[in-house]
Unconditional design. Sequence first.
Length: 324
Amino acid sequence: MCTAATYQTKDFYMGRTLDYEFSYGEKIAIMPRNYPLQFRHDGKKITHYALIGMAHVIDDYPLYYDAVNEKGLGMAGLNFVGNACYNDVQENVRNVAQYEFIPWILSQCASLNEAKKLIKEMNLVKTPYNEQLPAASLHWIIADKSGCITVESVKEGLKVYENPVGVLTNNPAFDKQMFNLNNYMSLSPRQPENMFSKELDLKTYSRGMGALGLPGDLSSMSRFVRVAFTKMNAKSKSSEKESVNQFFHILGSVEQQRGCCEVTEEKYEITIYTSCWNSQKGIYYYTTYDRRQITAVNMHKINLDGQQLICYPMLNDEEFYEQN
């Protein structure tokens, strides 16, 4: 499955892992301001905010997994299978197909506050992109430097949660993930002390026993706890290199290695890519399973007033440097 997180140093960062057993040929896609954006049920936008993110591109249309716009608002969709429930098209509301939720928000909202207001007008519908691509079961994390929310469309209706931890994984629902953190309130990065019994002479037996009890399995609940603890205790200096490097280490705490998570016989989930974007500078960083070197694409180095989608295939070959 997947994990997303936010991180604040001097600038605001956000990103995610995509964990799956195969790739759809994802590309870094920049949508300039004048790319004609046709929504299925909500008309056409000729001009809008530019955005950059990871997408499966089909018919010159980016199906974004995650993205950030030129104003610093970011968004990612993560699997929510078994819980996600979308509506039928209704009259007198703004119907938004699930697959276009990310560009619908990011093309017209300059801030998290604007996104919250726009979501109140939305009816999230189950219209698929085409017959071969049914509506994916997702929930979303939306954030900028002012805060973070989680959006879940379930059978009870559309839920919008304040997300104070700035983390999202998969099932169960976000409120249950947050409640589960109560079970880990005693976690500490410090060496543990004997709280078990005064009658037992219990001692630490090595250095580096901080975070004793932190869950280490690959389930979404455990990943939520682990990345939340890692993120909220991570220390970084404020430079771009140090901030980005630390962010990749944070998400590295929940990476999936081939062979550890079998989904069907001889099919294994792996972390296909990890992304990190500087929301204020519009720089999209990524690594892949086969390329650990961080690669960057800067949206402001192209003409953002253009009309054509700009795509960059992910670099996927590891480079080894031999030191002589």
